[in-house]
Design a protein around this ligand. Structure first.
Ligand code: UDP
Ligand code: MG
Length: 324
C-alpha cells in the first residue's frame, strides 16, 4: 500500500431521525481518536486528519440542526442532506462519493452500535497487514428480536449458497477501506444497492474483526419486518439468478410428471377401452397446483423484470438538498 504524507480519514455516518445520537456519536469518536491514540498508530497514521461526514437521509427531526451546531465549533464536521429519505444504501453511496479523495474511508452507524473504540485497531490492522478493507462482524445478536435474527441468519446463509458472493455471517456495514476500494464501489452505479454484496463483489484483501453485539444507544431501529424482507429480496435479485434456474427446473420437472401421468392414462385406456378415467378432484388439485406454481414462477420472473425496469430509468441514487 502507498504511504501518504498527510493521511486522511473520512468517517461516513448515515443519519435518519437520530437527533439524540448526533452529539454522543461525535463525542465518542473524539474520545477514541485522540492525538495520543493516533500517535500510537503505525508511522504515517500518527498525523491522521479525521473528518466526519454525516449523511442526513431525509431526517424530519432536529438531526440536521444538531449536525450544523457541532460544525460551527469543529471544522472537521461535514454533512450532506437529502431532499427526502432515500435509504441507508443511498446514504452510503453519497458518503463514498463525497469522501472518495480521502486516503481511508470508514462507514459507521450513528447509534453507536458500531463501536468507535474499534476504529484505531482497525486502522492499525489495515496498515500493518497491508489490507484493503478491514470489516467487522458481530459474534452474536444479543438484545435483538429472536425471530428477526433467525431470519437474517438463514437469509445470509442462503444468499451465500446461491450467489457467487460469499457474505460472512454477522458481517456489518461497519468497515474501513482504502480510496481504491471506494472508487471501485462507486464505479457500480446501480440503483438497487446492496452494499454487503457490492463489497464482496469488488474483491480486494478483506479481513474481519469481531465484537459482541451492542444495543442501540438512543432512538429505535429503522427496520420493520417488511423493510427487511424487501432488503433481502434486493440482495437475492441483485446477486443471484438462482431463483430463475430454480423456476426453470421446477417447470421442467412438473412437465415431466404430467407427461408420465398422461402416458399412464392413455396406456390404461388403450389396454381396457371400457374403463372410464374419473377424477374431478384430481383435476381440481392438479389445476390448483399448477396455477400456484405458475403464479409463483411468474412472480420471480417479475421481480427480475422490476429490477430491470428500476435500473433502466437511470434515476439518481439520491437527491441532495444541501451539503457543506
Ligand atoms: N439509516 C439511514 N436511512 C434509513 C434508515 C437508517 O440513513 O432509511 C441509518 C440510521 O440512522 C443508522 C443506520 O442507518 O445510522 C442504521 O440504522 P438502524 O440502526 O435503524 O439499523 P439496525 O442497526 O437496526 O440494523
Ligand atoms: Mg442500529
Amino acid at each position: 500500500m502507498t504511504e501518504f504524507n498527510y493521511p486522511s480519514l473520512a468517517i461516513i455516518v448515515p443519519v435518519n431521525n437520530e437527533e439524540d445520537n448526533i452529539i454522543p456519536f461525535y463525542e465518542n469518536v473524539q474520545k477514541n481518536l485522540t492525538q495520543d491514540a493516533l500517535k500510537s498508530l503505525p508511522g504515517s497514521l500518527s498525523n491522521l486528519k479525521v473528518d466526519i461526514w454525516y449523511i442526513d437521509d431525509g431526517s424530519v427531526d432536529k438531526s440536521l440542526i444538531e449536525i450544523k451546531q457541532i460544525q460551527q465549533v469543529d471544522a472537521s464536521i461535514h454533512f450532506v442532506s437529502f431532499s427526502r429519505n432515500f435509504g441507508k444504501e443511498a446514504a452510503i453511496y453519497a458518503g463514498l462519493n463525497y469522501a472518495k479523495n480521502y486516503d481511508f474511508i470508514a462507514l459507521m452507524d450513528v447509534d453507536l452500535q458500531d463501536p468507535p473504540a474499534l476504529l484505531a485497531p482497525m486502522l492499525k490492522k489495515l496498515v500493518d497487514d497491508q489490507l484493503d478493507i478491514v470489516a467487522t462482524r458481530r459474534l452474536d445478536r444479543k438484545g435483538e428480536n429472536p425471530v428477526i435474527s433467525w431470519f437474517s441468519t438463514v437469509f445470509y446463509r442462503f444468499l451465500s449458497k446461491i450467489s457467487a458472493t460469499n457474505i460472512v455471517s454477522g458481517a456489518r456495514d461497519y468497515r474501513i477501506m482504502t480510496r481504491q476500494v471506494t472508487k471501485a464501489i462507486l464505479s457500480m452505479p446501480e440503483n438497487q444497492r446492496f452494499s454487503k454484496g457490492l463489497f464482496t463483489w469488488v474483491g480486494f484483501k478483506t479481513e474481519y474483526m469481531s465484537y459482541e453485539n451492542i444495543t442501540r444507544s438512543k432512538g429505535h431501529s429503522k427496520w420493520s419486518f417488511w423493510k427487511l424482507i424487501k432488503y433481502a429480496m434486493t440482495g437475492i435479485i441483485s446477486f443471484s439468478t438462482f431463483p430463475l434456474t430454480m423456476v426453470t427446473v421446477l417447470g421442467l420437472l412438473t412437465t415431466l410428471v404430467a407427461m408420465m401421468g398422461g402416458i399412464f392414462v392413455i396406456v390404461r385406456k388403450l389396454l381396457d377401452p371400457t374403463i372410464a378415467i374419473g377424477g374431478w378432484t384430481t383435476i381440481t388439485v392438479i389445476i390448483m397446483f399448477f396455477g400456484g406454481l405458475q403464479m409463483f414462477s411468474l412472480g420471480i420472473v417479475g421481480r427480475y423484470i422490476a429490477a430491470i425496469f428500476l435500473e433502466s430509468k437511470r434515476r439518481p441514487i439520491y437527491v441532495e438538498k444541501e451539503s457543506k
